[in-house]
Design a protein around this ligand. Structure first.
Ligand SMILES: [Zn+2]
Length: 212
């Protein structure tokens, strides 16, 4: 073997020794993987948990009668217990929790000197159209209807009974209605039409409207 051949053999042996490995060069190497970014639904549900919302994650997606709910949750309580669980999308639940903390509880303290202990929701995810024939925001899980509130001292403030009037319960409900419009996209109350004579409708759809 010529000298150049011996030198290249020697060089190869030195390289192998330096690497400390005789593994074939094409062996796949494990590298530290970056975990995938959480899906928006997972991140939202983590937020709900961190905020102390009591809920169950629903199978994804929920399909009922041609309507599909993505990132659906069944909410049982937040700063107030829900008199019955409500099915809504996770982002809607997150906004309802903010609404309870930033709007409802402060208004209850201000006007009634107490806090809301139980929320009376009237409906969340429902597969239906609006009167105008468009798909309701309820059919996407982006809307919730509220019938009334029960305070820690047993007082009840019910939209149908106390929306109008001069009492503290009316002032509480009116403030809740007005400030709901700052958080939700559409808020409809008894002044909107006969369909809303007994509840507040709040949604996170594509329109902006505040009719109380
Ligand atoms: Zn509604």
């Amino acid at each position: 073997m010529p000298l150049a051949g011996w030198l290249s053999l020697l060089l190869a042996a030195l390289v192998l020794a330096a690497c400390g490995s005789t593994a074939p060069p094409d062996r796949p190497r494990a590298v530290r993987a970056t975990p995938p970014a959480p899906a928006p639904g997972e991140a939202c549900m983590r937020d709900l948990t961190a905020r102390g919302v009591i809920f169950k994650a629903l199978p994804q997606p929920v399909s009922v009668g041609g309507c599909t709910l993505r990132d659906g949750v069944s909410v049982e309580g937040m700063s107030a217990a829900f008199i019955r669980p409500v099915t809504i999308s996770c982002p809607t639940a997150r906004m309802v929790d903010r609404w309870m903390d930033e709007v409802v509880q402060p208004a209850a303290r201000r006007h009634l000197g107490t806090r809301v202990s139980t929320l009376h929701p009237a409906g969340g995810f429902v597969c239906r159209n609006t009167r105008g024939g468009k798909l309701s925001e309820h059919a996407r899980g982006r809307a919730i209807d509220i019938w009334g509130f029960e305070m820690a001292n047993g007082t009840k403030a019910i939209i149908r009974d106390h929306w109008r009037g001069a009492g503290a319960r009316s002032r509480f409900l009116q403030e809740v209605g007005q400030k709901s419009c700052e958080l939700f996209h559409v808020v409809l109350g008894p002044g909107a039409d006969a369909d809303h004579h007994d509840h507040l409708h709040m949604d996170l759809g594509e329109w902006k409207l505040c009719q109380l």
